[in-house]
Design a protein around this ligand. Structure first.
Ligand code: GLA
Length: 383
C-alpha cells in the first residue's frame, strides 16, 4: 500500500508526497454505546486501514483525491462553515476546523487518500480517515499533541462538523490498537490497556451490506441516555453519567421512568458489566464464557437498545449454529453494518464460507465476510 499510495500521489499531483500516514478501522468487540456514557469498551484496531499521502502547498487551496471514490475535492484552507451533506471530504474539513479552533494553522496541501476499510459498514472508516489525515497534518505543521487530543480532534470533526454526536471509541481504537491484542478503554478515566486475544481464536467480520445512516438514530439514542441520566440524578447522589448507576439502582427506578429511556439505559449498564466480565474471562482463557457475553450483548442490543436489524440478527443466529463459534454480536453504532464473530482459529475459513452461504440463502444479499486480525494503531509511516 505504501508504494501504491505514493505512486498515486505522484500521478495525481506530479510530485512526491512529504508524508505518508496510516490509520486502521476498528471493530467494537464488546461494550455497545457505552463510550459516550463514560463506560468501558473492548475493541480492536483492524488490519484494514486508511492511508494518506500529503504535501504542503504554497497557496491557500487544498486538493484531496480519494482513490476509492475516484474523485477530487478542492476547497480553501479557510474551510466553509457548512458541510456538504454526505460528502466524504467533510471528515478532512472537520479536522482542519478543529485544528484551527485550537489555534493551529497547518499549510494548504495536496493529499491522496486510499483505504481498505469498508465504508458505512460500522468499521469506522470515518475515524480512520480523520486520524490518518490528522497525523499527516500534525507532521507537516510540526504539531505535537498527546494522543488523546488527536482523538478529540477526530471526535470534534464528527460532533461539530459532520453532526454525529459520537463518542471517542473509534478514534481511541484507531490510535491505540496493538497486533494480537484487544483495546480496553475506560471513557471515564481515559485509560487504555491492551488485552491479548488468545492465539487459538480468529475474528470473523460479516458486513450485512445494510448501509447504516448513523446520524439520526444514533443522536436519538444518545438523547435517551441523557434523559435517563437526568432522571437518575433526581434519585441518586453523585450521578453524572450512566456509568454511575448499578443494575439494581436502575431496576428500582423502572416503575417511574420513561420506559424507552429505561431500556436504553439498561443496555448500557449491562454492557459495562459484560465488558468487565469479558476482561476476566479472557484472563482465564475462558473463551466460551467470553462468547456467551457476546451473545448476551447482541440480545440486549436487539431487545433493549433496538439498534439491531433483521439481517444482523440472522448473521448472529447463523453464527451460533456453526462449528467453532464462541460468540457473535452486532458491532458499532448498529442499524445495519457488521457483526463480529469470535471463532476457533482452525474453523475460521470454513466458518466464514458457511456464514456467507447461509446468509445469502436466507436474505438474498451477498455479504462481505472478512477474516480480520487485531493490528497496530495509527502512525506516520514515512516523512
Ligand atoms: C459508533 C460511534 C462510537 C460508539 C459506537 C457504539 O461507532 O462512533 O463512538 O458510540 O458507535 O458503541
Amino acid at each position: 500500500m505504501l508504494t501504491s499510495i505514493k505512486n498515486a500521489f505522484f500521478e495525481t499531483f506530479g510530485r512526491a508526497p512529504e508524508v505518508v500516514t496510516r490509520a486502521p478501522g476498528r471493530i467494537e468487540f464488546l461494550g455497545n454505546h457505552t463510550d459516550y456514557n463514560e463506560g468501558v469498551v473492548l475493541s480492536l484496531a483492524v488490519d484494514r486501514a486508511t492511508w494518506v499521502a500529503a504535501a504542503a502547498r504554497e497557496d491557500t487551496q487544498c486538493r484531496v483525491h480519494s482513490l476509492e471514490q475516484d474523485s477530487t475535492r478542492e476547497f480553501p484552507l479557510d474551510v466553509p462553515a457548512d458541510p456538504v451533506p454526505g460528502d466524504w471530504v467533510n471528515y478532512v474539513k472537520g479536522v482542519l476546523v478543529e485544528l484551527r479552533k485550537r489555534g493551529y494553522r497547518p499549510p494548504a496541501f495536496d493529499a491522496v487518500i486510499g483505504s481498505t476499510v469498508p465504508m458505512s459498514a460500522g468499521m469506522s472508516s470515518s475515524a480512520a480517515l480523520e486520524m490518518s489525515f490528522a497525523l499527516a497534518m500534525g507532521r507537516m505543521a510540526g504539531i505535537d499533541l498527546p494522543w488523546t487530543e488527536w482523538a478529540r480532534i477526530g471526535q470534534g470533526a464528527e460532533n461539530n462538523y459532520v453532526g454525529a454526536r459520537t463518542g471517542l471509541l473509534d478514534q481511541f481504537s484507531s490510535l491505540r490498537g496493538r497486533k494480537g491484542h484487544l483495546v480496553f478503554s475506560d471513557f471515564r478515566t481515559l485509560e487504555v490497556d491492551n488485552v491479548p486475544l488468545p492465539d487459538e481464536t480468529a475474528v470473523v467480520v460479516a458486513d450485512s451490506m445494510v448501509k447504516h445512516q448513523l446520524t439520526n438514530e444514533y443522536n436519538e439514542r444518545r438523547s435517551r441516555c441523557e434523559e435517563a441520566v437526568a432522571f437518575l440524578k433526581t434519585r441518586y447522589d453523585g450521578v453524572t453519567a450512566l456509568r454511575d448507576v448499578t443494575r439494581a439502582e436502575l431496576e428500582a427506578c423502572k416503575p417511574d421512568m420513561d420506559i424507552m429511556a429505561w431500556r436504553r439505559a439498561m443496555h448500557v449498564v449491562g454492557e459495562n458489566e459484560r465488558v468487565f466480565a469479558g476482561v476476566e474471562a479472557l484472563a482465564k482463557n475462558d473463551l466460551v464464557g467470553f462468547g456467551r457475553l457476546m451473545f448476551e450483548s447482541h440480545e440486549s442490543a436487539r431487545t433493549l437498545f433496538e439498534n439491531s436489524c433483521v439481517e444482523l440478527d440472522i448473521l448472529v443466529e447463523i453464527g451460533r449454529s456453526l462449528p467453532g463459534c464462541f460468540g457473535a454480536r452486532l458491532s458499532g453504532g448498529g442499524f445495519g453494518g457488521i457483526s463480529v464473530h469470535l471463532v476457533q482459529a482452525t474453523e475460521a475459513e470454513n466458518y466464514a464460507r458457511r456464514l456467507g452461504t447461509a446468509y445469502q440463502t436466507r436474505t438474498d444479499i451477498a455479504p462481505d465476510i472478512m477474516l480480520c486480525q487485531p493490528d497496530d494503531g495509527a502512525a506516520v509511516v514515512e516523512g
